[in-house]
Design a protein around this ligand. Sequence first.
Ligand code: IFM
Length: 456
Amino acid sequence: MLTFPDDFVWGAATSAYQIEGAWNEDGKGESIWDRFCHTPGRAAGGATGDIACDHYHRYTADVDMLAALGVKAYRFSLAWTRLFPDGGSQPNPAGFDFYRRLIAALRERGIMPMVTLYHWDLPQALQDKGGWTNRDTAYRFADYAARAFEQFGANVPLWATLNEPTLIAFAGHALGIKAPGTRRFWTVLTVVHHLLLAHGLAVEAFREVAPATAADLPDPGIGIVLSVRPTHPASDRPADIRAAQLMNHLTQDLYFEPLFRGRYPTDALAFFRRRLVRPKIQPGDLDHISRPIDFLGINVYTRGLVAANRFNPAFGVRQVAPSGPTTAMGWEIYPPCLFEVLQLAQTYTDLPLYITENGAAFADKTQTGGTIADQDRIDFLRSYLAEAHRAIAAGAKLKGYFVWSLLDNFEWDEGYEPRFGLIHVDFETLERTWKQSAHWYREVIARNGISETLLG
Ligand code: IFM
């Protein structure tokens, strides 16, 4: 039996644009993801989050499912444009009302809300003024965050400022495969800096305005969610090792160092400088960015494998296809990466850690009788959780684990094909059906660990 600590927080995660739908209802403003998906040729098959899982209208039933799973916490994000439609100071009362009702529904069922303030859906009105390339966006974010703390803080003990800044910067602004879909490599470092500044300013606002939490909740805390995909060299050739190091500088150190050491890593800066890219850092910015936080959230799915490639003009790196099994995303199933990222985090901080996302997309098969037999997802979760258990035994302050995702949902530019959910969603009827992995996870939570029978 792999038993977890008594106070271990078992959870499930989602994000606003991926599940809510109701993209233009009740005064909600347009976000960059609305604009991106409404532009032909952007998301696979022309998919949009216009309806998604229709969670906006079905949230009560979804919260009932969370309660039936037995999760202790639910991580979800606020749609900035539901609260402040144009990213300015004019609030939308209906948006506040929606999240107030959602949070109340969770609290009534004894589920602790963990709120992400920014899971990629910037108000389009702010994008029109430059989005994250514009320093002012960081200040607008801090204002929005302050209002959210004031309104919801009494019932929300865990706040995350940003979800996966590296994806926003590189996939959104260099590769152009995620919103806002620009391919301007030279803006990436500025975007990273403004995102981190936004995080730091929001942390300061939190310390100023966040109310005490209700008596039955833990004290309020704030952190950030980083996506960590440790990159390994495909061989022990020095050039491949250097290629892997570069990817780790750009995807890990570029965030860990400013957040926890108050400086940008010299190797990453040198990489950009050689390409004539310099960040627009103002005096004092790194003090804001490195303000103490209360926890670190880590999203982990896989590792990267790279080799040097001098013909690749951007990074001089080539991704190497994994030789082992992969998920439907083509991501290698590599459980030790979870242990590795927790070790890495501990080289920077001794804060409490949460795995804020972990899970897998598979081509789920529905059997006669409607059962969804997703043994591959169960195997995936079991093997990664075993690594979480190993990390705790080795001293990691891992406080909780959130499966990505509660529901099959809108997987960004990949549309609705990849299914990450514990709960199957029929996107025609919007009917929800428990997969076998949901039943399995409920047992894990009930037993606070993985018993012999659940070990399989
Ligand atoms: O669906 C995403 C989520 O929004 C951010 N982390 C990775 C997930 C799977 O790609």
